[in-house]
Design a protein around this ligand. Structure first.
Ligand code: ASP
Ligand code: MG
Length: 462
């Protein structure tokens, strides 16, 4: 059995839906389909929520969302009865979204719980369109929402983790019987619900993670992540003209690449797969015959080059906490992490010295973290500083810690461009290391590293 996931970039318009339907129909194996919302819908809802909207704005916004989906629906579902049914079911869902938006307006408050629920609607709409389209083509498809299949989470709003054993028990009862009856389940990505039924999101691009959780739950042989690009690359082609595709990566390499900025996959999407050794393949809807990137347990060391990809986070958040002996006094770091985790702020990395603790955070978390820590009386801390305008560059490859000279080669490349490395960390991961530079040097740094490992001078072996 296969899990096939199609992201928003494959669901931009009617033609995309037709193409995706064709890919689903050509797959002869048993399959579960996982869908994102129609391209841009989650963003639109998010932007709307962030505006200070009034009652009339809701009516207008809902009309926009209706139009966007119905225009696609009309084109892709030419069968009258099925279209009518889809339109009716879509209308019911849209009504709920509308009421929720009014509710937020009247209450004048948006809780995390309501926000997660509201943002889940993009996926609830798209699965209905795909079911309609596939049924119209004669395929026995069934749109299912995460609650219906029993995709259970830990209840952490905005960034939930699936309860895998519980979800597996549920999927055996919800999805497998459908498959046995020849039905193709079309399941909403992006969210699950906690044990009390509260909707919780898996974070942006969470449908990748949903697909892996479902693959775990149904014991799939493989997960296919369909996109409008072919797979992982040796660098962002925006920065490096001759960046190339990578045909195979290990779970750990992918986890680090996604963690350190590669936007192609959700950072936790390989976690459930690793537990059951289920491979994943990234595929391009426009180049179906190409194999894409295979992600699996096999750890391949690229002899000579070692590095497979260089990635980056254009803007990484950072806070420096100064004080005599902060690095050696027991409990200081413990206090800091406790205060931040109480507020659900994730620390991406910590580097300490005797006089300074440096935290790396998502840039969105910097202000809040600074406020929280400044209000606390943490022993020996004298001063806290926010650092802005910095980027993180990471290089990834199995064997990176075992082969000598790789860091030296990276730093020589960066130094030759006159770029100063502000901070550097290696050893935390067996397959990655990273460093921090001023944002204005980012493109030059990525280019220089790529060139020394892959471009022009291929004899320059490590
Ligand atoms: N629709 C959600 C997002 O835009 C989830 C996803 O596409 O995977 O983040
Ligand atoms: Mg998306």
């Amino acid at each position: 059995m296969k899990v096939m996931k199609f992201g928003g970039s494959c669901l931009k318009n009617a033609d995309d839906f037709e193409l995706v339907a064709d890919i689903i129909q050509s797959e002869k194996e048993d399959k579960v389909v996982v869908l994102s919302g129609v391209y841009g819908v989650t963003d639109r809802i998010l932007n709307f929520l962030e505006e200070n909207y009034g009652e009339e704005d809701v009516t207008k916004f809902i009309e926009e969302i209706r139009k966007l989906h119905i225009e696609i629906g009309r084109k892709i579902i030419p069968c009258g009865n099925i279209f009518k049914e889809t339109e009716r079911r879509f209308g019911e869902k849209l009504k709920i979204l509308e009421r929720l938006l009014y509710g937020v307006h009247y209450v004048g408050e948006l809780t995390e719980k309501t926000r997660d629920l509201i943002l889940s609607y993009g996926e609830r709409f798209s699965v209905l369109l795909m079911e309609g389209l596939l049924r119209c083509k004669g395929l026995n498809a069934r749109a299912l929402e995460s609650e219906q299949v029993g995709l259970i989470t830990d209840g952490n709003f905005g960034n939930a983790t699936a309860d895998l054993p519980e979800t597996e028990r549920n999927l055996r009862l919800s999805i497998l019987p459908l498959i046995r009856r020849g039905i193709v389940p079309i399941v909403t990505g992006f969210f699950g619900c906690d044990s009390r039924g509260k909707v919780t999101l898996f974070g942006r691009n969470g449908s990748d993670y949903s697909a892996s959780v479902i693959a775990y739950g149904v014991n799939a042989e493989i997960v296919e992540i369909w996109k409008d690009v072919e797979g992982f690359m040796s660098a962002d082609p925006k920065f490096v003209e001759d960046a190339h595709f990578i045909d195979s990566l290990s779970y750990d390499e992918v986890a680090e690449l996604a963690y350190f900025g590669a936007r192609i996959l959700h950072p936790r999407a390989v976690e459930p797969l690793k537990l059951k050794n289920i491979p994943m393949r990234i595929k391009n809807i426009y180049k179906r015959e190409n194999p894409g990137t295979l992600i699996h347990a096999t750890k391949k060391i690229w002899e000579g080059r070692v590095i497979k990809s260089v990635t980056y986070k254009e803007e990484i958040g950072s806070i420096k906490i100064y004080g005599a002996g902060v690095g050696s006094k027991p409990g200081v770091l413990g206090d800091i992490t406790k205060y931040l985790s109480e507020n659900r702020i994730n620390i991406k990395s910590v580097i300490t010295s005797q006089t300074c603790i440096t935290l790396l955070l998502e840039k969105e978390d910097v202000e809040r973290s600074y406020r929280i820590l400044s209000q606390k009386d943490i022993k020996t801390v004298e001063r806290i500083e926010k650092v802005r305008g910095i980027s993180l560059v990471a290089i990834v490859g199995e064997g990176i810690l075992e082969y000598p000279g790789i860091a030296a080669k990276v730093f020589r490349a960066v130094a030759s461009k006159g770029i100063n490395v502000e901070m550097f960390a290696a050893g935390a991961s067996e397959v990655a290391f990273y460093f921090i530079i001023k944002k204005k040097y980012l493109k030059d740094a990525v280019e220089a590293i790529h060139r020394v490992f892959f471009g022009g001078n291929r004899d320059d072996k490590t």
